[in-house]
Write a protein that binds this ligand. Structure first.
Ligand code: HEC
Length: 117
């Protein structure tokens, strides 16, 4: 077994700061928290139905997908969007499980901080 330090331990629960850095590096080109860009905004993503931002033009595949975003569904989506939702239009995937975990930890913070309802 590998000997892992404190960093790896923190990552097993999902590291918000690393997730934010990854988001800025790999997602921000197309997404932001509060505004639609090439991809839909991510405020309050957790608990939201996939393809449900009314003023964003999704693919029919994602708009019709019966998915609610949570840790599990986001992990599948980020690992391989096209195998999860064939016909979707996000041509990006995150192959490392640890990166996905950190990204999801960050995405979870967007639901409490920016909740307006
Ligand atoms: C090259 C542009 C691009 C990049 C980079 C990108 N996305 Fe996307 N993303 C999209 C597009 C376009 C959609 C809408 C896809 C559709 O309608 O089929 C989308 C949709 C999504 C959705 C579904 C949102 C909803 O409202 O249902 C999530 C979650 C998501 N992206 C997360 C991420 C994360 C996390 C990253 C960084 C690892 C990322 N995306 C990087 C373009 C991108």
């Amino acid at each position: 077994m590998l000997i892992m330090g404190a960093d790896a331990l923190a990552a097993s629960a999902g590291d918000v700061q690393q997730g934010q850095a990854l988001y800025e590096a790999r997602c921000f080109g197309c997404h932001s928290v509060d505004a639609n860009r090439i991809g839909p905004k991510h405020a309050n993503l957790i608990g939201r139905k996939a393809g449900s931002i009314s003023d964003f033009e999704y693919s029919p595949a994602l708009r019709g997908a019966k998915i609610v975003w949570n840790e599990k569904t986001l992990d599948r989506w980020l690992q391989d969007p096209e195998s999860y939702v064939p016909g979707q239009q996000m041509d990006v995937s995150v192959s490392k499980a640890e990166d996905r975990k950190n990204l999801i930890a960050y995405l979870k913070t967007l639901s409490t901080k920016t909740a307006k309802k």
